[in-house]
Write a protein that binds this ligand. Structure first.
Ligand code: SAH
Length: 266
């Protein structure tokens, strides 16, 4: 910023920034008192070095975002007095991400980036060639909470228990579309497919990303027969699963989601 500039002109839109935004389970309303978890209390007190009286933001996925004044710290706890509503709860895209589990660092990355990109549910799927058998859903949820706090969302994506791809497809909700990222290149380019799907922007959606080993012929065959499936190609290069997820989510948000100015489902 140069000295000649009016600093107020560079302020971002919306309510003034707070030092921290925390996700809590309790109901939020004016005058309520909320107890924080030990890790949250530790973060405020020892990492951010906040004091009683300092104001943070609180959200619970239901009641919007509220200011909260730290009332006091104890050993492993903190209590916060809820103040005023900063932002009301609005509708968010109803977008699931179905992904075959991958190794630690990259599944953490995937959960964080998908949360930043606005998914409503992280759903691990077990496919024929899924190499990773155990999924730490608590860890996925912790990554989702942290990313939601940081990115200014008013919700945290749900985390589903790992499910077999076949079982998910058998019980698939009738009105939910599935954008299937098909590395075989037989699907149309993602931008063309999404442009043609504009009429379905208000429906719930899901995106399916395969494992590092790709989909089996049986799976490709089954997916090609389902009416709610829209295959897409993400270009001529083979992307790793985490890159493919980020790329697909960005394309979807730009074409049908809240980057496009509309909120599906609203
Ligand atoms: N091992 C596979 C590649 C799997 S990449 C092979 O060699 O063929 C993991 C997943 O990322 C794929 O299943 C697919 O869902 C997605 N993906 C990667 N590159 C893609 C592309 N160019 N187009 C569409 N999907 C892609």
């Amino acid at each position: 910023m140069t000295g000649a500039q009016d600093p107020s002109s560079t302020e971002p839109a919306g309510p003034p920034a707070v030092r921290a935004r925390l996700f809590v389970a309790d109901p939020l309303s004016a005058g309520a008192s909320v107890g924080l978890k030990p890790a949250q209390a530790h973060y405020l007190r020892h990492v951010l070095r906040l004091k009683a009286g300092d104001v943070i933001g609180l959200f619970n996925g239901r009641d919007g975002e509220w200011t909260g004044a730290i009332a006091g710290f104890g050993k492993g706890w903190a209590s916060v007095d809820v103040g005023v509503l900063r932002r009301s709860q609005g509708r968010e895209p109803d977008l699931w991400l179905l992904f075959a589990p991958i190794k630690h660092a990259r599944i953490d990355y995937l959960a964080q980036k998908a949360t930043e990109l606005g998914v409503s549910r992280l759903q691990p799927v077990i496919t024929d060639r899924t190499a990773v058998s155990r999924v730490n859903t608590d860890r996925l949820a912790a990554n989702a909470v942290e990313a939601a706090q940081q990115t200014g969302r008013l919700t945290v994506p749900e985390v589903g228990e790992p499910a077999l791809l076949g079982a998910l497809l058998e019980t698939w909700p009738a009105d939910r579309r599935l954008m299937f990222c098909d590395e075989s290149g037989s699907g149309p380019p993602v931008a063309d497919a999404l442009a043609a799907a504009r009429d379905a922007a208000r429906l719930p959606w899901a995106i399916l990303i395969g494992p590092e080993g790709g989909f089996s012929t049986d799976e490709l065959d089954a997916l090609s027969k389902l009416p709610f499936v829209m295959p897409v190609s993400l270009g001529p290069r083979l992307l790793r699963a985490d890159t493919a997820a980020v790329a697909a989510l960005a394309c979807w948000q730009a074409a049908l989601g809240d980057w496009a100015g509309a909120t599906p489902g609203s």
